[in-house]
Design a protein around this ligand. Structure first.
Ligand code: PGA
Length: 252
């Protein structure tokens, strides 16, 4: 029996504000109690409007991220931090440079380590999430393969942070930003399905017509490793935040 809920909004802006408000409420509650907030964050076009809203809340409403710890889902491999294609760069441009999060509280998998150091880095990343007390909120987008993070079809329920090979659809979708498929890294480091499911609360955002099919596959299929987002049906506190277009193929 699935326990997820869906929230459908007229626009991506409205959905993004809904999620930003949830994050704000938790941070403010924890700040008032002198507690940290641990956020799992995502890249891609989907969360950008939500990050803009968090920045606005910081600037106009005094929302402080000084007690927030962040863990990003994934990073390309190989990838230098300062490359304009890195998720490190993306997160700083779209969020971190505009708020008061402490640099030492930002965690993003490193794409620039020698191959022989990658496995240990993944173990350390997973352990650090646990050491911080686990993720209070995990933000997700969804790829057309049904990936969450870079957990492509075939990813297992008990998978943890690890190096993976990207699916061809994912490479094709990334190609325009990289100036051609040949420039897209073949691999990535990603938190696993189990790492994501450990979060106490998950918001998966999907906006636009091109997400309608995978959203429908995710919510109407049984759990299958061929659509990794279906694993979210196992989670006790996941909200699918959709706009009208992304929800258009769901049964009425
Ligand atoms: P997008 O990517 O937000 O750019 O559509 C989502 C994803 O691949 O997870």
């Amino acid at each position: 029996m699935s326990k997820y809920t869906t929230e459908v909004f007229d626009s991506a802006i409205d959905g993004s504000k809904f999620v930003a408000n949830k994050i704000k409420a938790l941070i403010e509650k924890n700040n008032a109690e002198g507690k940290k907030t641990v956020l799992g964050l995502a890249t891609g076009s989907t969360p950008v409007k939500m990050y803009k809203e968090l920045i606005r809340m910081h600037n106009e409403e005094g929302l402080s991220f000084a007690n927030v710890v962040t863990f990003n889902l994934d990073e390309y491999y190989p990838m230098e931090k300062n490359s304009e294609h890195s998720y490190w760069y993306f997160m700083h441009e779209n969020l971190f440079n505009h708020i008061d999060v402490k640099p030492e509280n930002i965690n993003i998998p490193l794409g620039n380590l020698p191959q022989e150091e990658v496995d240990q880095h993944c173990l350390d990343y997973e352990a650090k999430i646990d050491a911080e007390g686990g993720l209070d909120i995990q933000i997700l987008g969804i790829g057309r393969t049904g990936h969450i993070g870079f957990n492509e079809p075939g990813s297992e329920l008990d998978s943890v942070t690890r190096q993976v090979t990207l699916a061809q659809i994912t490479i094709d979708d990334a190609a325009p930003g990289f100036g051609g498929v040949e420039n897209v890294p073949a691999k990535a480091i990603t938190m696993g399905v189990a790492s994501v499911l450990k979060a106490r609360c998950i918001y998966l955002m999907a906006y636009g017509e091109n997400k309608a099919q995978i959203v429908s596959d995710t919510l109407t299929n049984d759990i299958t490793d061929q659509v990794p987002a279906t694993y979210l049906q196992k989670h006790s506190n996941t909200v699918f935040v959709l706009d009208t277009e992304a929800s258009s193929l769901l049964p009425a």
